[in-house]
Design a protein around this ligand. Sequence first.
Ligand code: PAF
Length: 280
Amino acid sequence: MIETVTELSRLRAIVGGWKREGLRVGFVPTMGNLHAGHYSLVTLARRHADRVVSSVFVNPTQFGPNEDFTRYPRTPEADTSGLEQAGCDVLWLPTVESMYPFGVELAAKVHVPGVSALLEGAHRPGHFDGVCTVVSRLFNQVQPDMAAFGRKDYQQLAVIRQMVADLAFPIEIVGGDIVREDDGLAMSSRNQYLTADTRPQAAVIRRVLLGMRDASLAGTPRAQVEAEGAARLQAAGFQVDYAVVRLPDLGEPGEGAGGARVALVAARLGNTRLIDNIEF
Ligand code: PAF
């Protein structure tokens, strides 16, 4: 049976007990409204650890003023039973007051320069400060040995890895594969904002990413790959924030150089902002 914990002292007692038994603790932080992508991270954490804690916390500090914090879907009952079925041992449910005891305005913030400023950071100012601020708090609360993050949020994973290395958190960070719907749309809690009209269009992102990968591998100049990717998205009705090809560390590749790449897209269909990527 999963245990739902709302008091930090209880969480510490459970995790402390596991550690005294020599058990390895895995952690899957989430904002709830869980889907198969989240549950695959629980499965991944189970492979890397003896016990798994997952948190559900819709973190106000990572949403911009005009973003979807208030309408972000909250489905606590379904999340609890889904986590239990996925093999999670403890569901950690902090409140805003316990997460930010001095209030959000007076909260100590964690800022990771460099990688936080690119792509998502440029389009969602302050977003990664909010993510790093809450994830570092969650790490201090849960004190896991490993933590799993989805590769759909490719840049978030890169930012978290840098934070963990820089602040010397003794935590192994493991990236989980993207889980997709049958038509290729990456699973996301925000997919449910899509309407009957826009949902079929959303799968175009995956096809555009596959095209960007194939064109890159065929030697098409990067600027052309990116321009054609953005044009295909616009033609399908998206407003494009970016459609880019980057090095694995999100740096800009030199023209003609070989090696690993990642293509990343962020684009809006109506009020729904979607992100996805493909590594190659
Ligand atoms: O990826 C998410 O759901 C969130 O950014 C996270 C890591 C749970 C922090 O709030």
